[in-house]
Design a protein around this ligand. Sequence first.
Ligand code: ZN
Length: 268
Amino acid sequence: MTDDHRLDDHRRDGADATAGSDLLCISPHTDDAEIACGGTLARFAAQGRRVWLLDLTRGELGSNGTPDERWAEAARASAALGVAGRLQAALPDGFVSAERPEHVAAVAAVIRSLRPRWLLAAPVPRRHPDHLAIPALVRKAAFMARLAAWPAALPELRAWPATAAIPPPAPLWICEAVLTVCAPGERPQLYVDVTASWPAKLAALRCYATQLERAEGARPTVINEPAFLEQVERWSRAWGFQAGVPLAEAFATEQAPLLTDLPAERWV
Ligand SMILES: [Zn+2]
């Protein structure tokens, strides 16, 4: 028997099956998750899944908006998405890294507390160094969260006021799937139909006035460019075209599902 099999048994037999979350989406800054996969988060939340968000930094290096202004926007966006909880750590904006053990520990400790079935690494586009770092950091933290011999203390966190109670950390946790949001041109392994949840995604995005609106005096950025939201919709229309639905979000993973029957889902 391999270590993995023993760990799988632990997960199935644990007393923690009702604690935590179904899906945890991890990103460096408020608004990243909504831009990248807000339709997926809103869709799964509307279907009763316990969806959580973890922002790793307070966005203190942002070109516009203070960390507190951005956190207030994130609170309104969380309500628009209908998620169960949102947490924000205080890792250094601009310097998030899979090579720093304390950053891996921060993510792993939240995973052990929330016990998600699925992990999503959110941000696109990936030009920002924190966006580049996130997929590797999330994959590493997901693996390290399995290792009971590796202690990981919960980092300093602030919680969106409507957040459900945070369960105490389990000694270890195994996520079923670790997925990364696809950037344009990448090859997805799965699509989520977000046609029905697109209005909730747009409502969440409209909460981020300091980031997505080029108000007078605001520093110009890629995402407060007036055409940016149209670009976000074009990405989802392109994924939707490939998936045969009006609007989709797309994800990649290094894993593959183990089937026991022909699945109900449609292949595209
Ligand atoms: Zn970002």
